[in-house]
Design a binder for this molecule. Structure first.
Ligand code: BGC
Length: 695
């Protein structure tokens, strides 16, 4: 069917092809047999690696390290191109503040500033100079998908004009500024109009305001969904309205609505010029990729390139840099020589497939290193390492299409005797010097169409953890998840908690390196970690209330403070901040101030720190958040070293979209500045902004 469509010139791009031989076969049909001989473009979800699997996107964001992120996606691009893929449906740049939404794992968390830096780094990594080892990037899903109501996937999003521009659009702007060749439209209704048929969004905002000049592709089947969403009257109406809105290519599984466009032109429903415009944009992308000069992929190159040792090393480094140490009372790093035995507990501790995370399609599951394997190889024969899977993790209620495609997806077996397995795990832990308990969600419990109504540890994982702790054996907790989970008990009772995410191909080695102190962790949370599901949506950059003590923001049952703040993450070194200073204390609107701070590594080991800068304006045309991230830098300091870190604050950082002015504004005001290691940093200064000179 695909072959016939390609030979008839009925397909411009083909998705989900990842074998070079098949790509070339289809390409030959397009180039040699179709009427116009236009080469195909092969698109694929290369989200966090192809064969070599990097940590999931939210984990990469947790590295707060644009260089690592760029390098990771450049490796992914190289592997993709070798497999015959020229275009990725990534990065996902949707800001979200709702951990129930499964797709939180695919983005960069809650913050527009961090999200913009991560989006731009990914586009640079994928596209580079668009040479023969790079792919076109496709930031998605325009726009507001992360605000779907109740965290339910595909549900409507109602977003105010100011929130849309100040929070949800900045990462798209950053991706466009970095040169992204394509953009994918979202499924859901944005303020009552489906994003994929939304002319205001796809043309006025994306093209006229953000200056995008590539092509817009719909999300899978999202043009036909315009009818399902009771927006369009028929497939023809859906196609006409989508293309007229500025959507240039329809992504679909079968029977495209765009097939009706020739007749629609003949019937006068849409101008031929509108179709030409869409075609021109897609052709321009194919020219940019050099497909007219070289449409074929070298079938001999993939074998050596996919999963190459250098790629695995890059994935390991990225994983080491993304681990977040949530809590440490001094139990970490572990000292192998002081331990006779370690019990590594949990189904996730030795699940290769779960270690890789969701959104992988060309992985070799056996290549993955689990936490158990990582620990074993780190300690060698010196320490006895035993393992019990323990509590079963119930699968998700609705298995996904991807689960069905992948025979290596792990499930708790039907004959799993939970009570007996938990008892065995507890006994093993009791007989060991240390219990390393790995808890979390299976990789298919988070991602697309994997929203949750609670943030509890699935199954009896918490009960098992409590029973293990009750044995008196010291417990170190490792969490594998793509969203914050309810860790109140663990935070209260356990000495150390490590957020490992789904760390990818070399994940277990990276986690072991952190646990045993070969690496000092410096990942930082890209979202606020709520205590309880009742907290969500939750984010640090909220507005102040009228009540100076913020009492009304409390719940009866739970403090309204997060369990861990945005930007939080510990390491094995301690850093001191001092000498926060400005080059001047008054600026005019439009001018810049330079902020400097001295950061000292007070420990005896070299380590990374993520220096974060937050601002707040005290008054202005609109109420502004209590804090907003406006600068960060991940730096490495040698033991005892002091370094001065500088940030510039000017109109780019201080202006915002004012709904009442319907414009970007910068106020004359007082700006508070905080610099430190997370969003609660208390080292502060302030400067005054006065009106600009009359123009
Ligand atoms: C997702 C997109 C993805 C597409 C193709 C859709 O269901 O929303 O993010 O790129 O499928 O796999």
């Amino acid at each position: 069917m695909v072959e016939a469509a390609v030979a008839a010139g009925g397909a411009g791009s083909v998705l989900f092809v990842k074998e070079p031989g098949l790509a070339n076969r289809l390409q030959r049909l397009a180039v040699e047999e179709s009427r116009l001989g236009i080469p195909l473009m092969f698109g694929f979800d290369v989200i966090h690696g192809l064969r070599t699997v990097f940590p999931v996107p939210v984990a990469l964001a947790a590295s707060w390290d644009p260089e690592t992120i760029e390098r990771s996606q450049a490796v992914a691009a190289r592997e993709a191109r070798a497999a015959g893929i020229q275009w990725t449906f990534a990065p996902m740049v949707d800001v979200t503040r709702d951990a129930r939404w499964g797709r939180i794992i695919e983005g960069a968390g809650e913050d527009p500033y961090l999200g913009s830096a991560v989006a731009a780094a990914q586009v640079r990594g994928f596209q580079g100079d668009l040479g023969p080892d790079r792919v076109l990037a496709g930031p998605k899903h325009l726009a507001g998908y992360g605000a779907s109501q109740g965290g339910r996937d595909y549900d409507e999003a109602e977003i105010s004009d100011s929130e849309l521009r100040n929070v949800y659009l900045p990462p798209f702007r950053a991706a466009v500024d970095a040169g992204a060749g394509t953009v994918m439209s979202a499924y859901m209704d944005l303020n009552g109009v489906p994003a994929s048929g939304n002319r205001w969004l796809l043309t006025e905002v994306l093209r006229d305001e953000l200056g995008f000049d590539g092509f817009v592709v719909s999300d899978a089947n999202a043009v036909k969904s315009l009818e399902t969403q009771h927006f369009a009257a028929s497939p023809t109406d859906a196609a006409v309205r989508a293309v007229s809105a500025g959507l240039d290519m329809e992504m679909c599984m079968f029977d495209p609505a765009f097939r009706t466009l020739p007749q629609a032109v003949a019937d006068g429903l849409v101008d031929e010029e509108v179709i030409d415009r869409a075609v021109r944009r897609v052709l321009a992308a194919k020219f940019r990729l050099g497909l007219f000069e070289q449409p074929y992929v070298d079938e001999g190159a993939a074998d050596a390139l996919l999963g190459a040792p250098a790629h695995r090393a890059a994935a390991r480094e990225a994983a080491e840099r993304s681990v977040v140490l949530l809590k440490n009372d001094g139990a970490l790093p572990l000292e192998a020589s002081a331990l006779g035995s370690i019990a590594v507990i949990g189904q996730l501790a030795d699940s290769k497939r779960d270690t890789l995370g969701p959104w992988v399609f060309d992985h070799v599951t056996d290549d993955a290193v689990t936490v158990l394997e990582g620990v074993r190889s780190r300690v060698g024969d010196d320490v006895r390492v035993v393992h019990a899977p323990g509590a079963g993790i119930p699968g998700r209620m609705f298995p996904s299409m991807f689960d069905r495609m992948d025979p290596t997806v792990e499930h708790t077996p039907d004959d799993h005797d939970d009570e007996a397995e938990i008892a065995r795990a507890v006994a093993l832990a009791e007989a060991s010097d240390l219990a390393l308990v790995v808890v979390g969600e299976r990789q298919n419990q988070v991602g697309e169409n994997a929203s949750r109504a609670t943030l509890d540890l699935p199954g009896r994982q918490l009960e098992q953890l409590q029973r293990i702790a009750a044995t008196g054996t010291p417990v170190v907790l490792v969490v594998m998840s793509g969203r914050p989970l309810d860790l109140r008990w663990a935070d209260e009772e356990l000495p150390a908690i490590v957020q490992a995410w789904y760390p990818g191909t070399s994940g277990g080695d990276a986690v072991a390196a952190v646990l045993f102190g070969d690496v000092s962790p410096a990942g930082r949370l890209p979202f606020t970690w709520p205590r309880h599901v009742g907290h969500v949506p939750m984010h640090y950059a909220h507005l102040r209330t009228f009540d100076p003590e913020q009492q009304g923001r409390r719940y009866w049952e739970e403090p309204s403070t997060p369990l861990y703040p945005f930007g939080h993450g510990l390491g094995y070194a301690t850093f001191a901040y001092s000498g926060l200073r400005l080059d001047r204390e008054r600026i005019r609107v439009g001018e810049q101030v330079q902020v400097r701070v001295d950061v000292t590594n007070e420990s005896g080991r070299d380590a990374d720190e993520v220096v974060q800068l937050y601002v707040h304006q005290r008054h202005g045309r609109a109420s502004r958040p209590v804090r907003e991230l406006k600068g960060f830098r991940r730096i490495r300091l040698a033991a005892g070293e002091t370094r001065t870190v500088g940030f510039d604050l000017g109109p780019d950082e201080l202006r915002y979209w004012s709904a009442s002015d319907r414009d970007w504004v910068q106020d004359a005001t007082t700006v508070d500045v905080w610099v430190g290691g997370d969003s609660t940093a208390d080292l502060a200064t302030a400067f005054t902004v006065t009106e600009g000179a009359d123009r």
